[in-house]
Design a protein around this ligand. Structure first.
Ligand code: ASP
Length: 346
């Protein structure tokens, strides 16, 4: 009898150890990513470049899928996806970031946990290889939410994160973009000072293609998370910070509503507190994700003169990917295996 009891206890113990520490593998998960919105036109793209983007998006999706499939957390998935795109020079985040007016790469990133509303972000950093990981360290290893510049870099170093020479972020294409932007800027100044350049198109002091990266996920535990990382906008000046690291503007997650990551003309996302506004419309206005997201991205944003896009997934796994630009690098994958990677407008 005693023997039986011991065997039964061992069986129970074994069962409790065998419990999936990682969550119920039958529950659904959804992962959505973006690699920036903007004037992305098929007729301006070579087949090779198009393939490179599709492959990079696919790789990021696979990275996150591996994590979510095995019961990993939404936080781990969005961080891993964003890191994968930060390491790819095609995107305006990490290596491949755009240049400031002073010829530097100043990076912004944020991450948010929808379960606890914990959040972390870094802004204007120049030596942290993966700013999204620094943002997560701010969230988990400090009492703060946002760190900037040198302070953020010192913190990242203390946390043992990978530090690189600023030259690591240099890419020739982005350098050329800066020279073009500067040229347009000085032409505009000439125009403003009375010279006639009537054929000049108003450069509006902004890029017409944004390459920010972001990821949002619903994991098998029912938790949401969002992450965004960017070099900001070409030719930005005076320590400009965009919407990506501003919690509620370009990045937001709340288990009661949805997880969001934006890409576009950041100043407008900040002024509209875009992601949090959508979340509030869902939470307090009882709106559906798709309706609230369309209201902000397709109506409010352009009505103020801004543009861009957004990815989101709600607590039930519904996806929204609205953009009011020509295109947006985007993709999603679900536990069912359903997968999509797209660039242009439908
Ligand atoms: N939203 C970013 C910013 O304004 C730019 C982008 O999406 O590429 O910094």
């Amino acid at each position: 009898m005693k023997k039986l009891f011991i065997i039964f206890s061992l069986f129970l113990l074994n069962k409790s150890f065998a419990q999936p520490v990682t969550g119920n593998l039958n529950n659904k998960f959804v992962l959505v990513i973006h690699g920036g919105a903007g004037t992305i036109l098929k007729n301006q793209m070579t087949p090779e470049r198009e393939k490179a983007y599709m492959d990079a998006l696919d790789k990021a999706l696979q990275t996150g899928n591996e994590i979510l499939k095995n019961g990993g957390t939404a936080l781990d998935a969005v961080e891993a996806c964003v890191r994968s795109m930060e390491d790819n020079p095609l995107f305006n985040a990490g290596k491949g970031a755009v240049f400031t007016n002073e010829g530097k790469n100043e990076l912004d990133a944020a991450i948010m946990d929808g379960k606890t509303l914990a959040a972390g972000s870094v802004a204007g950093v120049t030596t942290i290889k993966n700013p999204v990981t620094a943002a997560r360290a701010v969230m988990e290893k400090s009492p703060h939410v946002m760190m900037t510049g040198k302070g953020a870099e010192n913190f990242a170093m203390q946390q043992g994160l990978e530090i690189v020479d600023p030259s690591y972020f240099y890419t020739e294409n982005r350098w050329k973009d800066l020279q073009k932007a500067k040229q347009q800027d000085s032409l505009l100044q000439l125009k403003d000072s009375g010279n006639r350049h009537s054929s000049l198109k108003q450069p509006e002091n902004r890029d017409d293609k944004y390459g920010t990266v972001g990821a949002v996920a619903l994991d098998r535990h029912g938790n949401l998370a969002a992450a965004t990382s960017t070099g900001g906008m070409t030719n930005k000046k005076f320590g400009r910070v965009g919407d990506a690291p501003i919690i509620g503007a370009g990045t937001y997650a709340n288990n009661k509503t949805a997880a969001f990551s934006g890409t576009g003309w950041g100043e407008f996302y900040i002024r509209l507190v875009l992601a949090k506004s959508i979340s509030d419309m869902m939470e307090f206005g009882k709106m559906k994700l798709i309706d609230a997201a369309n209201e902000l991205v397709m109506k409010k944003l352009p009505s103020l003169g801004g543009d861009g896009g957004l990815i989101a997934v709600d607590k039930d796994g519904n996806i929204a990917m609205p953009f009011c630009t020509e295109g947006m690098y985007r993709g999603f994958i679900k536990n069912t295996g359903e997968k999509s990677v797209k660039i242009y407008k439908e």
